[in-house]
Unconditional design. Structure first.
Length: 271
């Protein structure tokens, strides 16, 4: 990586700016894959590429304010990130669309399922962020008024050989906006009825267990698969359990695409 003030310029991988993959022909399954707060599409690139190799069309957007500087991020809001995710969703016209997200991306995925139930057919969430412990919520609300940033929240990895490309400071005004957006997600969790794959780390130093618990208890989905991974930390799509997370998501996409919505046959579904 090159030393530069602009995060995306520290890598030669063009996927840092967001990317699309098309399976060829008309793929039955599409996947929207959303990165987390202060991160970039590279943190979910392996996840998305595995879905594409399995036969899915893939959209991986770079969310506004990300991939540049923390100051840029601090000028963006939950509403802007949601609008970008909605735009990426609109580019998938597949019969079955799976929305996958890690951390904040998981919260955005849930909001898309609430607002666009006709376009979101299944959810694959990795350590989704929709709630904090009360004391941490109070700290965010208080510090967000008086300090521009605090130390990085990205990079919670158990694998000493792994790294993620993300901001080294956490922009607090943007974080306050995210926490406000979670309130909408929690309020409408009962509107989530889609099949749900909920993947979480046993040890997560960023998002507390109350977040996944809130999702699990609040959704109306009858088809819920919860998997707890024992080896990695918060950055589950880049850490020691990444391969298992990718494989579980492909199996989940294959299964939901072969359900009632897939009555015309499995051609083009992940295999």
């Amino acid at each position: 990586m090159r030393a530069t003030g602009n995060l995306a310029e520290r890598t030669d991988d063009p996927r840092v700016h967001g990317f699309s993959r098309r399976a060829g022909g008309r793929a039955r399954v599409g996947a929207l894959v959303l990165h987390g707060f202060t991160a970039t599409p590279l943190t979910v690139a392996g996840w998305a590429e595995e879905l594409h190799r399995a036969g899915a069309d893939v959209e991986v957007p770079l969310l506004p304010g990300h991939g540049t500087t923390p100051a840029d991020c601090d000028r963006t809001t939950w509403g802007e990130w949601l609008a970008a995710a909605t735009g990426a969703l609109s580019r998938l016209d597949n019969d079955v669309v799976v929305v996958a997200g890690i951390s904040m991306g998981g919260g955005l995925a849930l909001r898309l399922a609430q607002l666009h139930p006709d376009r979101v057919h299944a959810l694959a969430l990795a350590n989704p962020a929709v709630a904090l412990d009360p004391l941490r919520t109070l700290a965010v609300a208080t510090l967000g008024r008086v300090a521009p940033t605090w130390p990085a929240i990205a990079g919670d990895l158990a694998d000493p050989g792994a790294a993620v490309l993300a901001y080294d400071r956490t922009p607090l005004r943007a974080l306050v906006s995210q926490v406000a957006g979670w309130a909408e997600v929690r309020r409408d969790l009962a509107r989530v009825h889609q099949p749900l794959l909920l993947m979480r780390s046993r040890v997560d130093h960023v998002v507390p267990p109350v977040s996944a618990r809130t999702v699990r208890r609040g959704v109306s989905s009858r088809d819920v698969t919860e998997v707890v991974y024992l080896n990695g930390f918060h950055e589950i799509t880049s850490d020691l359990d990444a391969d298992a997370v990718h494989a579980a998501t492909v199996r989940f996409a294959r299964r939901v695409s072969a359900g009632p919505a897939g009555s015309s046959g499995p051609a083009g579904a992940p295999a």
